[in-house]
Design a protein around this ligand. Structure first.
Ligand SMILES: *Cc1c(COP(=O)(O)O)cnc(C)c1O
Length: 423
């Protein structure tokens, strides 16, 4: 079998997470649960860092977009690698600080930062706030004035480009809610430069997620060049460029984004601007470092379908329901059974609770384990308690070591909390 997930490989017909049989972890932690492979995260980070260090005059900041996976265990690993973090809420900022990520490496993005969030970010002394609209800039000026504290600002550019990806994860088209168009940015930047406590130092952008081909960045990079030249012609200083994330990974058999090709574009199109660069990869760093392990509860045969009903559901991993995402699913133990075309589903009372439709799979039996791949990004962080189901716990594997890094509140704990509120 062709394996796109090198830290999850079979040995003698049994799936391993790095050096540990997945079956042993399943027995210890119970299903459903996530496994993250630390070595995979380190490899992705190093690949990205080395490719960009080679082409950038100043080493860029790699600010991991932690909405992909914000667990402290993962953030600490990122901190040890020297990563910064891109956050999209004050909650994420607090998580990053709790993992000892220096404030000087935290970037705050997002279209709807509240007054309170802006104040907390200024107070924490983070590296930069990416401003996405005129009213947000106004609120930032008020917050900084109130605290009498300087804050560095980048304005998020909406370059009006297609990213060749799913509609729900495209963020750089003019109709998307993100960023500011070129005409407005110059006015906003100038205004920020004239505002006390605000230090506009650059431009940020993020055109979308799961961008398969780095060539999709070319039009955006061209437009950023024009914009920087226009800003400089107005006498404004532009020293920082934050180029966002969005690099794609393999879910099925599509190739992972070519980092060397991406770095080459950076060298040719961005480096001549002479700015300090930062990047915000999320999925690329952690997506294929994770699997969701589930147990088969029933195999239900009907006249038209075979439904493999599992104990993981859309409350654990919502990507198939939300984005029609494809996730590779493999048996944890290769049982030699005939391949059958099946629907792999969860127990939730929605037809959308389907991990895979019409998927060829060696027909499993009740009690067998399945591994849902590419679940390291936008998996656990998007989980919920829907149907009063406790989301899967999370285990970090590193070589032959394993650690439980997250277990969610039990239903008993939730009931007790709500009872206190009602009493
Ligand atoms: C989500 C997001 C990212 C990361 O996207 P990936 O596709 O996971 O790399 C980076 N920057 C911003 C502003 C984001 O919202």
């Amino acid at each position: 079998m062709d394996n796109h997930f090198p830290f999850f490989e079979y040995q003698d017909g049994e799936l391993y997470a790095e050096n540990i049989p997945v079956r042993e972890l399943a027995k210890q932690y119970g299903t459903p649960f996530y496994i993250y492979a630390a070595s995979s995260i380190r490899r992705q980070f190093t690949t990205f860092q080395e490719a960009l260090n080679k082409v950038c005059a100043k080493p860029p900041l790699i600010a991991y977009a932690c909405k992909a996976n914000d667990r402290l265990g993962i953030l600490k690993l990122m901190n040890n690698l020297g990563a910064g973090v891109d956050v999209v809420s004050v909650g994420e900022m607090k998580r990053a600080l709790a993992a000892n990520i220096p404030a000087s490496k935290i970037i705050f993005s997002g279209v709807g930062k509240t007054e309170r969030e802006l104040e907390e970010a200024i107070e924490a002394g983070i590296r930069q706030i990416n401003i996405e609209s005129e009213p947000e800039l106004k609120n930032l000026a008020i917050a900084a004035e109130k605290l009498q504290k300087d804050i560095s600002v980048s304005i998020r550019f909406n370059p009006d480009v297609e990213a060749g990806t799913h509609d729900k994860i495209s963020t750089g088209r003019s109709e998307d809610k993100f960023g500011v168009t070129a005409e407005r940015i110059i006015h906003l930047y100038k205004h920020a430069a004239e505002t006390k406590y605000l230090n506009p130092h650059g431009i940020s952008m993020h055109i979308g997620s799961q961008v398969a081909d780095p060539r999709y960045f070319i039009p955006a990079f061209e437009r950023i060049n024009d914009l920087v030249h226009q800003l400089r012609a107005e006498g404004l200083s532009v020293t920082e460029l934050d180029l966002g994330g969005g690099l794609g990974i393999t879910y099925r058999d599509e190739p992972e984004a070519d980092i060397e090709a991406y770095a080459k574009l950076i060298k040719e199109m961005i480096e001549p601007l002479g700015c300090q660069l930062s990047f915000e990869p999320g999925r690329y760093l952690v997506g294929n470092a994770g699997i969701l392990v589930t147990k088969v509860i029933y195999v239900k045969e009907t006249d038209v379908k075979t439904h493999v009903i599992c104990d993981a559901a859309m409350n654990d991993l919502i990507r198939p329901a939300l984005y029609e995402a494809y996730h590779t699913i493999h048996p944890v133990i290769q049982n030699g059974a005939d391949i059958r075309t099946v629907d792999i589903v969860g127990p939730i009372c929605e037809s959308g609770d389907t991990h895979a439709k019409d998927r060829p799979l060696p027909l499993p039996e009740e009690g067998d384990y399945l591994a849902i791949h590419s679940a390291g990004a936008y998996g656990a962080t998007m989980s919920s308690y829907y149907n009063a189901r406790v989301p899967a716990c999370e285990v970090l594997v590193d070589g032959s070591d394993h650690t439980l890094i997250n277990r969610q509140e039990s239903i008993e704990q939730q009931i007790a909390r709500e009872k206190t509120l009602l009493s």
